[in-house]
Design a protein around this ligand. Structure first.
Ligand SMILES: NC(=O)C1=CN([C@@H]2O[C@H](COP(=O)(O)OP(=O)(O)OC[C@H]3O[C@@H](n4cnc5c(N)ncnc54)[C@H](O)[C@@H]3O)[C@@H](O)[C@H]2O)C=CC1
Ligand SMILES: O=C(CO)COP(=O)(O)O
Length: 364
Protein backbone atom coordinates (compact mmCIF):
# COMPACT_ATOMS: atom_id res chain seq x y z
CA UNK A 1 0.00 0.00 0.00
CA UNK A 2 1.30 3.49 -0.79
CA UNK A 3 1.73 5.83 2.17
CA UNK A 4 0.63 9.47 2.00
CA UNK A 5 4.32 10.31 1.56
CA UNK A 6 4.21 8.87 -1.95
CA UNK A 7 0.69 9.78 -2.99
CA UNK A 8 0.34 12.70 -5.35
CA UNK A 9 -0.44 11.60 -8.91
CA UNK A 10 -0.83 15.22 -10.10
CA UNK A 11 2.47 16.38 -8.74
CA UNK A 12 4.56 18.55 -11.07
CA UNK A 13 7.75 18.56 -9.12
CA UNK A 14 11.08 20.28 -9.65
CA UNK A 15 12.55 18.07 -6.92
CA UNK A 16 15.33 15.67 -7.75
CA UNK A 17 14.48 11.96 -8.02
CA UNK A 18 18.09 10.81 -7.68
CA UNK A 19 18.32 7.58 -5.71
CA UNK A 20 21.20 6.78 -3.35
CA UNK A 21 21.62 4.62 -0.26
CA UNK A 22 20.67 6.14 3.12
CA UNK A 23 21.76 4.53 6.41
CA UNK A 24 19.90 5.40 9.60
CA UNK A 25 21.59 4.88 12.96
CA UNK A 26 18.96 4.63 15.70
CA UNK A 27 15.65 2.80 15.59
CA UNK A 28 13.68 4.99 18.00
CA UNK A 29 10.57 6.90 16.91
CA UNK A 30 12.48 9.56 14.98
CA UNK A 31 14.99 7.19 13.37
CA UNK A 32 12.11 4.99 12.20
CA UNK A 33 10.04 7.91 10.88
CA UNK A 34 13.03 9.30 8.98
CA UNK A 35 13.79 5.85 7.60
CA UNK A 36 10.16 5.52 6.41
CA UNK A 37 10.48 8.95 4.79
CA UNK A 38 13.88 8.24 3.18
CA UNK A 39 12.76 4.87 1.84
CA UNK A 40 10.14 6.61 -0.32
CA UNK A 41 13.07 7.73 -2.51
CA UNK A 42 16.19 5.83 -1.54
CA UNK A 43 17.44 2.39 -0.65
CA UNK A 44 17.28 2.70 3.14
CA UNK A 45 18.61 0.54 5.96
CA UNK A 46 17.96 1.37 9.61
CA UNK A 47 20.23 0.13 12.39
CA UNK A 48 18.51 -0.56 15.73
CA UNK A 49 20.26 -1.86 18.82
CA UNK A 50 17.13 -3.70 20.02
CA UNK A 51 16.73 -7.13 18.39
CA UNK A 52 12.94 -7.01 18.79
CA UNK A 53 12.83 -3.72 16.84
CA UNK A 54 14.87 -5.23 13.98
CA UNK A 55 12.71 -8.36 13.93
CA UNK A 56 9.39 -6.50 14.03
CA UNK A 57 10.41 -4.15 11.18
CA UNK A 58 11.65 -7.01 8.99
CA UNK A 59 8.85 -9.48 9.77
CA UNK A 60 6.41 -9.44 6.79
CA UNK A 61 3.56 -10.11 9.21
CA UNK A 62 4.42 -7.08 11.38
CA UNK A 63 6.42 -4.43 9.37
CA UNK A 64 6.20 -1.98 12.23
CA UNK A 65 8.43 -0.60 15.01
CA UNK A 66 6.08 -1.80 17.72
CA UNK A 67 8.43 -0.60 20.47
CA UNK A 68 8.97 3.06 19.55
CA UNK A 69 6.56 3.94 16.71
CA UNK A 70 3.50 1.79 17.09
CA UNK A 71 0.75 2.04 14.50
CA UNK A 72 2.91 3.06 11.51
CA UNK A 73 3.61 0.39 8.91
CA UNK A 74 7.02 0.58 7.24
CA UNK A 75 7.20 0.41 3.42
CA UNK A 76 8.34 -2.73 1.60
CA UNK A 77 11.69 -1.26 0.69
CA UNK A 78 12.83 -0.44 4.23
CA UNK A 79 15.12 -2.94 5.94
CA UNK A 80 16.29 -3.03 9.55
CA UNK A 81 19.57 -4.48 10.80
CA UNK A 82 21.40 -5.05 14.06
CA UNK A 83 24.71 -4.37 12.28
CA UNK A 84 25.94 -0.79 12.05
CA UNK A 85 28.35 -1.83 9.31
CA UNK A 86 25.50 -3.11 7.13
CA UNK A 87 23.53 0.12 7.63
CA UNK A 88 26.36 2.44 6.61
CA UNK A 89 28.13 0.40 3.91
CA UNK A 90 27.79 2.19 0.52
CA UNK A 91 25.47 4.84 2.06
CA UNK A 92 26.02 8.36 0.75
CA UNK A 93 24.07 9.83 3.66
CA UNK A 94 23.96 8.53 7.22
CA UNK A 95 21.26 9.88 9.53
CA UNK A 96 22.41 9.74 13.15
CA UNK A 97 19.29 9.58 15.33
CA UNK A 98 20.24 8.61 18.88
CA UNK A 99 19.49 10.56 22.08
CA UNK A 100 22.20 13.08 23.09
CA UNK A 101 23.58 11.06 25.99
CA UNK A 102 24.45 8.14 23.64
CA UNK A 103 25.87 10.19 20.73
CA UNK A 104 29.55 10.09 21.80
CA UNK A 105 29.62 6.32 22.37
CA UNK A 106 27.58 5.44 19.29
CA UNK A 107 29.66 7.69 17.03
CA UNK A 108 32.95 6.42 18.45
CA UNK A 109 31.81 2.93 17.36
CA UNK A 110 30.62 4.24 14.01
CA UNK A 111 33.80 6.25 13.32
CA UNK A 112 35.73 3.09 12.36
CA UNK A 113 33.16 2.26 9.68
CA UNK A 114 32.86 5.66 8.00
CA UNK A 115 34.49 6.76 4.73
CA UNK A 116 35.54 10.41 4.17
CA UNK A 117 33.05 10.85 1.29
CA UNK A 118 30.02 9.92 3.44
CA UNK A 119 27.80 12.63 4.91
CA UNK A 120 26.67 12.28 8.52
CA UNK A 121 23.46 14.14 9.39
CA UNK A 122 22.69 14.49 13.09
CA UNK A 123 18.95 14.54 13.81
CA UNK A 124 19.42 14.66 17.60
CA UNK A 125 18.17 17.59 19.71
CA UNK A 126 20.02 18.18 22.94
CA UNK A 127 23.07 19.51 24.82
CA UNK A 128 25.29 17.05 26.72
CA UNK A 129 24.71 17.30 30.43
CA UNK A 130 28.21 16.03 31.28
CA UNK A 131 30.29 18.16 28.95
CA UNK A 132 27.82 20.96 27.98
CA UNK A 133 28.71 20.17 24.36
CA UNK A 134 26.31 20.51 21.45
CA UNK A 135 26.13 17.47 19.16
CA UNK A 136 28.36 19.30 16.66
CA UNK A 137 31.03 19.65 19.34
CA UNK A 138 30.70 15.97 20.27
CA UNK A 139 30.95 14.86 16.64
CA UNK A 140 34.01 16.97 15.90
CA UNK A 141 35.64 15.52 19.02
CA UNK A 142 34.99 11.85 18.24
CA UNK A 143 35.05 11.71 14.43
CA UNK A 144 38.22 11.87 12.28
CA UNK A 145 39.03 15.34 10.94
CA UNK A 146 38.46 14.23 7.34
CA UNK A 147 34.75 13.91 8.17
CA UNK A 148 34.31 17.33 9.83
CA UNK A 149 33.38 19.09 6.61
CA UNK A 150 30.85 16.28 5.86
CA UNK A 151 28.66 16.92 8.92
CA UNK A 152 25.12 18.27 8.75
CA UNK A 153 22.24 18.81 11.20
CA UNK A 154 18.53 18.28 10.57
CA UNK A 155 16.12 20.14 12.83
CA UNK A 156 12.74 21.85 12.83
CA UNK A 157 9.08 21.15 13.68
CA UNK A 158 8.68 17.45 12.90
CA UNK A 159 6.81 15.00 15.10
CA UNK A 160 7.90 11.47 14.16
CA UNK A 161 4.32 10.18 13.92
CA UNK A 162 3.35 12.92 11.45
CA UNK A 163 6.42 12.39 9.26
CA UNK A 164 5.70 8.64 9.26
CA UNK A 165 2.17 9.42 8.02
CA UNK A 166 3.51 11.67 5.25
CA UNK A 167 1.90 14.82 6.65
CA UNK A 168 3.53 17.93 5.05
CA UNK A 169 6.56 18.95 7.10
CA UNK A 170 9.34 21.55 6.72
CA UNK A 171 12.76 21.29 8.34
CA UNK A 172 16.16 22.99 8.16
CA UNK A 173 19.44 21.35 7.22
CA UNK A 174 22.53 23.06 8.62
CA UNK A 175 26.13 22.49 7.65
CA UNK A 176 29.20 24.68 7.89
CA UNK A 177 29.71 23.71 4.23
CA UNK A 178 26.83 25.08 2.16
CA UNK A 179 27.54 22.46 -0.51
CA UNK A 180 26.98 19.64 2.01
CA UNK A 181 23.74 21.23 3.30
CA UNK A 182 22.56 21.63 -0.32
CA UNK A 183 23.32 17.96 -1.10
CA UNK A 184 21.38 16.72 1.94
CA UNK A 185 18.55 19.16 1.13
CA UNK A 186 18.39 17.80 -2.39
CA UNK A 187 18.44 14.15 -1.31
CA UNK A 188 15.95 14.38 1.56
CA UNK A 189 13.31 16.72 0.08
CA UNK A 190 10.08 15.23 -1.25
CA UNK A 191 6.61 16.57 -1.96
CA UNK A 192 5.78 15.91 1.70
CA UNK A 193 9.08 16.90 3.34
CA UNK A 194 10.57 20.26 2.41
CA UNK A 195 14.13 20.99 3.50
CA UNK A 196 15.57 24.50 3.81
CA UNK A 197 19.27 25.08 4.45
CA UNK A 198 21.65 27.28 6.39
CA UNK A 199 25.29 27.41 7.48
CA UNK A 200 24.33 28.42 11.06
CA UNK A 201 24.97 25.04 12.69
CA UNK A 202 25.11 26.52 16.18
CA UNK A 203 21.73 28.27 15.76
CA UNK A 204 19.97 25.21 14.36
CA UNK A 205 21.37 22.92 17.05
CA UNK A 206 20.62 25.26 19.94
CA UNK A 207 17.12 26.00 18.68
CA UNK A 208 16.29 22.28 18.57
CA UNK A 209 17.79 21.63 22.00
CA UNK A 210 16.49 24.63 23.95
CA UNK A 211 12.90 24.45 22.69
CA UNK A 212 12.57 21.14 24.57
CA UNK A 213 13.15 22.97 27.87
CA UNK A 214 10.42 25.51 27.07
CA UNK A 215 8.07 22.71 25.96
CA UNK A 216 8.34 21.24 29.46
CA UNK A 217 7.64 24.74 30.83
CA UNK A 218 4.52 25.13 28.67
CA UNK A 219 3.36 21.69 29.77
CA UNK A 220 3.81 22.66 33.43
CA UNK A 221 1.83 25.86 32.82
CA UNK A 222 -0.98 23.92 31.12
CA UNK A 223 -0.91 21.24 33.82
CA UNK A 224 -1.41 23.98 36.41
CA UNK A 225 -4.32 25.37 34.36
CA UNK A 226 -2.64 28.70 33.60
CA UNK A 227 -4.38 29.17 30.25
CA UNK A 228 -3.59 30.64 26.86
CA UNK A 229 -2.15 34.02 27.92
CA UNK A 230 0.49 32.32 30.02
CA UNK A 231 1.38 29.87 27.26
CA UNK A 232 1.78 32.64 24.66
CA UNK A 233 3.95 34.63 27.07
CA UNK A 234 6.11 31.57 27.77
CA UNK A 235 6.60 30.87 24.07
CA UNK A 236 7.47 34.47 23.20
CA UNK A 237 9.65 35.33 26.18
CA UNK A 238 11.10 31.81 26.06
CA UNK A 239 12.17 32.51 22.49
CA UNK A 240 13.93 35.68 23.70
CA UNK A 241 15.87 33.62 26.23
CA UNK A 242 16.73 30.93 23.68
CA UNK A 243 17.95 33.67 21.34
CA UNK A 244 20.08 35.39 24.02
CA UNK A 245 21.76 32.14 25.00
CA UNK A 246 22.21 30.95 21.40
CA UNK A 247 23.68 34.34 20.36
CA UNK A 248 26.10 34.22 23.31
CA UNK A 249 27.18 30.81 21.97
CA UNK A 250 27.75 32.12 18.44
CA UNK A 251 24.38 31.64 16.70
CA UNK A 252 22.70 34.22 14.46
CA UNK A 253 19.49 35.59 16.01
CA UNK A 254 17.52 35.21 12.77
CA UNK A 255 17.98 31.43 12.91
CA UNK A 256 15.92 31.47 16.09
CA UNK A 257 13.03 33.03 14.13
CA UNK A 258 13.10 30.10 11.70
CA UNK A 259 11.99 26.47 11.63
CA UNK A 260 14.63 25.21 14.07
CA UNK A 261 13.82 27.98 16.57
CA UNK A 262 10.34 29.45 16.64
CA UNK A 263 8.88 26.72 14.39
CA UNK A 264 9.87 23.85 16.65
CA UNK A 265 9.19 25.87 19.79
CA UNK A 266 5.57 26.50 18.75
CA UNK A 267 5.11 22.85 17.71
CA UNK A 268 6.37 21.31 20.94
CA UNK A 269 4.87 23.91 23.27
CA UNK A 270 1.40 23.43 21.80
CA UNK A 271 1.32 19.93 20.26
CA UNK A 272 0.07 17.08 22.41
CA UNK A 273 2.36 14.63 20.59
CA UNK A 274 5.37 16.24 22.32
CA UNK A 275 7.00 14.02 24.93
CA UNK A 276 8.64 17.05 26.55
CA UNK A 277 5.36 18.91 26.81
CA UNK A 278 3.75 15.76 28.25
CA UNK A 279 6.43 15.53 30.96
CA UNK A 280 5.60 19.15 31.86
CA UNK A 281 1.82 18.60 31.94
CA UNK A 282 2.30 15.65 34.29
CA UNK A 283 4.69 17.65 36.52
CA UNK A 284 2.17 20.51 36.57
CA UNK A 285 -0.54 18.08 37.64
CA UNK A 286 1.57 17.06 40.62
CA UNK A 287 3.30 13.84 39.49
CA UNK A 288 6.87 13.23 40.51
CA UNK A 289 9.66 13.38 37.88
CA UNK A 290 11.06 9.93 38.59
CA UNK A 291 7.63 8.28 38.21
CA UNK A 292 7.06 10.15 34.94
CA UNK A 293 10.45 9.15 33.47
CA UNK A 294 10.09 5.55 34.68
CA UNK A 295 6.71 5.28 32.94
CA UNK A 296 8.12 6.44 29.56
CA UNK A 297 9.98 4.31 27.01
CA UNK A 298 10.74 7.42 24.99
CA UNK A 299 13.36 10.08 25.65
CA UNK A 300 12.35 13.63 26.72
CA UNK A 301 15.60 15.47 25.98
CA UNK A 302 14.47 18.67 27.73
CA UNK A 303 14.84 17.09 31.17
CA UNK A 304 18.65 16.87 30.91
CA UNK A 305 19.02 19.83 28.55
CA UNK A 306 17.35 22.07 31.16
CA UNK A 307 20.36 21.29 33.35
CA UNK A 308 22.86 21.98 30.54
CA UNK A 309 21.09 25.25 29.63
CA UNK A 310 21.09 26.32 33.28
CA UNK A 311 24.86 25.69 33.52
CA UNK A 312 25.62 27.42 30.21
CA UNK A 313 23.56 30.52 31.04
CA UNK A 314 25.28 30.77 34.43
CA UNK A 315 28.74 30.32 32.90
CA UNK A 316 28.12 32.95 30.20
CA UNK A 317 26.22 35.41 32.42
CA UNK A 318 23.13 35.25 30.17
CA UNK A 319 19.81 36.16 31.78
CA UNK A 320 17.40 33.22 31.34
CA UNK A 321 14.88 33.45 34.21
CA UNK A 322 12.21 31.27 32.56
CA UNK A 323 14.57 28.42 31.67
CA UNK A 324 16.15 28.79 35.10
CA UNK A 325 12.72 28.49 36.74
CA UNK A 326 11.93 25.39 34.66
CA UNK A 327 15.26 23.87 35.72
CA UNK A 328 14.42 24.54 39.39
CA UNK A 329 10.97 22.92 39.08
CA UNK A 330 12.39 19.85 37.29
CA UNK A 331 15.59 19.31 39.27
CA UNK A 332 15.17 21.09 42.59
CA UNK A 333 11.49 20.42 43.23
CA UNK A 334 10.65 24.16 43.29
CA UNK A 335 6.96 25.09 43.34
CA UNK A 336 6.02 26.25 39.83
CA UNK A 337 3.47 28.77 41.21
CA UNK A 338 6.20 30.51 43.24
CA UNK A 339 8.49 30.54 40.19
CA UNK A 340 5.77 32.23 38.13
CA UNK A 341 5.40 34.98 40.77
CA UNK A 342 9.18 35.44 40.94
CA UNK A 343 9.49 35.71 37.15
CA UNK A 344 6.56 38.16 36.91
CA UNK A 345 7.94 40.43 39.68
CA UNK A 346 11.48 40.87 38.31
CA UNK A 347 12.60 44.45 37.53
CA UNK A 348 10.80 45.68 34.39
CA UNK A 349 12.85 45.81 31.17
CA UNK A 350 12.64 46.81 27.50
CA UNK A 351 11.19 44.04 25.31
CA UNK A 352 14.18 43.65 22.98
CA UNK A 353 17.56 42.97 24.55
CA UNK A 354 20.38 45.25 23.18
CA UNK A 355 22.64 42.19 22.67
CA UNK A 356 20.10 40.81 20.19
CA UNK A 357 19.78 44.12 18.33
CA UNK A 358 23.56 44.20 17.95
CA UNK A 359 23.80 40.58 16.78
CA UNK A 360 20.90 41.05 14.34
CA UNK A 361 22.99 43.60 12.44
CA UNK A 362 25.52 40.88 11.54
CA UNK A 363 25.08 39.25 8.12
CA UNK A 364 22.95 36.07 8.38
N1 LIG B 1 10.39 11.56 18.23
C1 LIG B 1 10.33 12.71 17.58
O1 LIG B 1 9.23 13.15 17.15
C2 LIG B 1 11.58 13.49 17.33
C3 LIG B 1 12.75 13.23 18.01
N2 LIG B 1 13.86 13.97 17.78
C4 LIG B 1 15.12 13.71 18.48
O2 LIG B 1 15.67 12.48 18.00
C5 LIG B 1 16.49 11.88 19.00
C6 LIG B 1 16.10 10.42 19.15
O3 LIG B 1 14.77 10.39 19.61
P1 LIG B 1 13.73 9.24 19.27
O4 LIG B 1 14.08 8.53 18.03
O5 LIG B 1 12.38 9.86 19.33
O6 LIG B 1 13.96 8.24 20.47
P2 LIG B 1 12.90 7.32 21.25
O7 LIG B 1 12.56 7.99 22.51
O8 LIG B 1 11.78 6.93 20.36
O9 LIG B 1 13.74 6.01 21.52
C7 LIG B 1 14.83 5.96 22.39
C8 LIG B 1 16.07 5.71 21.57
O10 LIG B 1 17.18 5.64 22.46
C9 LIG B 1 17.99 4.55 22.06
N3 LIG B 1 18.80 4.08 23.20
C10 LIG B 1 18.35 3.70 24.41
N4 LIG B 1 19.41 3.29 25.16
C11 LIG B 1 20.51 3.44 24.37
C12 LIG B 1 21.90 3.19 24.56
N5 LIG B 1 22.37 2.72 25.72
N6 LIG B 1 22.75 3.47 23.55
C13 LIG B 1 22.29 3.95 22.36
N7 LIG B 1 20.98 4.20 22.13
C14 LIG B 1 20.12 3.95 23.12
C15 LIG B 1 16.99 3.51 21.62
O11 LIG B 1 17.64 2.51 20.85
C16 LIG B 1 16.04 4.38 20.80
O12 LIG B 1 16.57 4.57 19.51
C17 LIG B 1 16.28 12.74 20.27
O13 LIG B 1 17.35 13.65 20.37
C18 LIG B 1 14.98 13.49 19.98
O14 LIG B 1 14.93 14.74 20.66
C19 LIG B 1 13.86 14.98 16.87
C20 LIG B 1 12.73 15.28 16.14
C21 LIG B 1 11.51 14.55 16.31
O1 LIG C 1 11.44 17.59 18.42
C1 LIG C 1 10.32 17.17 18.24
C2 LIG C 1 9.45 17.66 17.15
O2 LIG C 1 10.10 18.57 16.33
C3 LIG C 1 9.74 16.14 19.14
O3 LIG C 1 9.53 16.69 20.38
P1 LIG C 1 9.35 15.76 21.66
O4 LIG C 1 10.67 15.08 21.89
O5 LIG C 1 8.99 16.72 22.77
O6 LIG C 1 8.25 14.80 21.36
Amino acid sequence: MMSAAHADPHETSSLSKERVKVGVIGGGAWGTALAIHASARHETVVYARETDVVEAINDPAVRENTTFLKGHKVPEGLRATGSMAEAVEHAEVILMVVPTQFVARTMTDLAKLLKPNQIVVSCTKGISVDSLETVNQILTRVLPEALHSRLAYLSGPSFAAEVAKGIPTAVTIASKEDEVAARVQDLLSTNRFRCYRTTDVQGVELGGALKNVLAIGCGISDGLGFGCNGRAALITRGLSEMTRLAVALGAHPLTMQGLAGMGDLVLTCTGDLSRNRTVGVRLGMGENLKDIIDSMKAVAEGVLTSQSAHQLAKKLGVSAPIMDGIYRVIHEGADARNIVSEVMCRPLTAEVDPSILQAAARPA
